[in-house]
Design a protein. Structure first.
Length: 333
């Protein structure tokens, strides 16, 4: 019986942990032809109010599975590269790892490095493909499995699958779906990688679009210039981080931020409602919403919101908490 190929997995967040889990499960099947020899992830980082050093989800899972873990600050660290070379991996697999892979890294695995990327490359190359796809209101997305090269997300495609979008998907759920789908596609491609018959399709660089990293500034919603559909799509795309907020004033109180957790588009056409900055609780079908008229007259419904220091509440609970006070949105600086 041929010796199993050795695989090193690189990833950090929960979606990557799911990919690792699926890979390990596949490796333990009777016909599994590889084994996960080691895991690479980002170093423990301070989290929470107490800033306690916390292992990444991939690190936690690897410890549970008794898989050796490496967590260099940078993938170019000489000691890390020496450790990786000593493992003599046949293949490396990356899934939302978070570190740039230098030439010395890419030269180590015998069969190269495969990356699971949640977009239809060359669309949305970069750090936030799913988030930017939802923000833009795309009607389809997908996942690509590509060989890693020095240029970000620009390597030849091994597998690519489309996924239809219906306008209500959120980044957290969609990301998990895409990484599960991508891992299945990667597993399907492995036999052809091992025997050298894998088909590599070069990307069209001229068709590439960027998926820029999110920032805290993305969370600020200016209703003067953002319509209801755009706001809804941003809420979907920024669900994991950084979220979405507007500045509001309740009665005579000082202005505060109102975080928007989930939304509905009540009227998409510009000028469909008299433009007012007052937020009003209304009943839409079986659900209560906080109706917001955007600057162009389109209407957004807030279904869940959160004020600083409080729990997430539905629109009805929020309106009840106002006790008859008026609330309206303000311009954001």
């Amino acid at each position: 019986m041929a010796a199993k190929k050795s695989l090193v997995f690189l990833g950090t967040p929960d979606v990557a942990a799911r990919s690792l889990e699926l890979l390990v499960n596949a490796s333990k099947e009777t016909d599994g032809d590889f084994e996960v020899k080691a895991v690479v992830t980002m170093p423990p980082a301070p989290q929470g109010r107490k800033k306690a050093l916390t292992r990444s989800p991939v690190h936690v899972l690897a410890d549970e599975l008794d898989i050796p873990v490496m967590h260099p600050e940078k993938a170019k660290d000489p000691d890390f590269l020496d450790q990786l070379a000593a493992l003599r991996p046949d293949l490396c697999v990356t899934a939302a790892y978070g570190n740039f892979l230098p030439t010395k890294f890419l030269s180590i695995p015998t069969y190269g490095t495969l990356n699971i990327h949640p977009s239809l490359l060359p669309l949305y190359r970069g750090a936030a493909p799913v988030q930017r796809c939802l923000e833009n209101g795309d009607t389809k997305t997908g996942v690509s499995v590509v060989f890693t090269v020095l240029k970000m997300d620009a390597g030849p495609i091994v597998r690519q699958v489309e996924h239809e979008l219906f306008g209500e998907e959120r980044a957290d759920e969609l990301l998990m779906d895409m990484f599960e789908l991508g891992t299945a596609q990667l597993l399907d491609a492995l036999p052809s990688v091992w025997d050298g018959s894998v088909v590599r399709t070069n990307q069209d660089d001229e068709a590439a679009t960027p998926a820029h990293k999110l920032s805290v500034e993305d969370a600020k919603l200016d209703l003067r210039v953002t319509n209801a559909l755009q706001a809804h799509n941003r809420c979907r795309g920024f669900a994991i981080w950084p979220g979405l907020w507007i500045s509001v004033q309740v009665g005579d109180a000082a202005p505060t931020r109102l975080k928007i957790i989930s939304t509905r588009v009540l009227a998409q056409e510009p000028g469909s409602a008299h433009v007012t900055r007052e937020l009003v609780g209304v009943r839409e079908g079986k659900q209560s919403v906080l109706k917001v008229v955007c600057g162009d007259g389109s209407v957004l419904g807030l279904t869940q919101v959160q004020v600083p220091g409080k729990n997430v509440v539905d629109a009805r609970s929020f309106v009840n908490g106002l006790r008859g006070q008026e609330i309206w949105w303000r311009e954001t600086d």
